[in-house]
Design a protein around this ligand. Sequence first.
Ligand code: PMM
Length: 284
Amino acid sequence: MTADLFAPRSRPRLMGVVNVTPDSFSDGGRWLEPRDAIAHGRELLADGADILDIGGESTRPGATRPLVEEELGRVLPVITALAADGAVVSVDTMRAEVAEAALAAGATVVNDVSGGLADPRILEVVAAAGAPYVAMHWRAHADHMRDFAVYDGPGGVVAAVCEELSARVRVARAAGIAREQIILDPGLGFAKRPEHNWELLRHLDELAALGYPLLVGASRKTFLGRLLADRGGTPRPVGMREHANTAITLHLAQAGVWGVRVHDVRAASDALRVAARLGGEDQE
Ligand code: PMM
């Protein structure tokens, strides 16, 4: 299964988001009941998701952290059911204990938005399981990440993200995670202002030059709402940012990323199919 995950492909993998949280910024509370989250995951699979990313902790700016027991209680039943369906599941967690239990329940991938900074033992858990590991660029927990959105060094945000991700790769590899199992993510919106996100999206080639597959998540994030603000400056509501996200998905596909993390899998999948058809693939 892991080999398939890294097999060469002409288009990015679609990672469908299943947030089992009361407070995620885009869909908090909608899938808090395991039954609803499982049904949602199945819908995303039917829409064309390659991977389901199941998370029990909201990372929206200002969020407070759940207890580890709460996080486990949210994600485990959902992972167990969807993995039993045959889905490729990633667990979106910063905690070693949750990663370990999720892998035992059938998750394949560990998506750690902190890149091993929040709970360094997660790296040992991933290494012991031989699991693929998403290391995202991160500087601080959600309650104070805004204070860390400063990139004044030479090369600005792109150079800083490349350097800081390279440092995380060194630590992950020292902990025993194989090179081939590492995926990097620039962490749009995490200790980043809108201009930082746009800068990173414009310079994905520099991130790709680190030599690892890239995963990118722009879906429904604040910087899209700001771009699409009305004349009075009110940001476009979360549920009305999908067309902008589709444009980003096409940009990411052109940039050759490994994966795109989205809430609306069908919109992304349709756009990728159109692009593939125009490129001569996907003939009816
Ligand atoms: N964004 C969120 C949560 N998890 N994981 C990765 N790898 N990359 C991201 O950009 C990312 C993530 C926040 O968005 P959500 O609350 O809508 O899930």
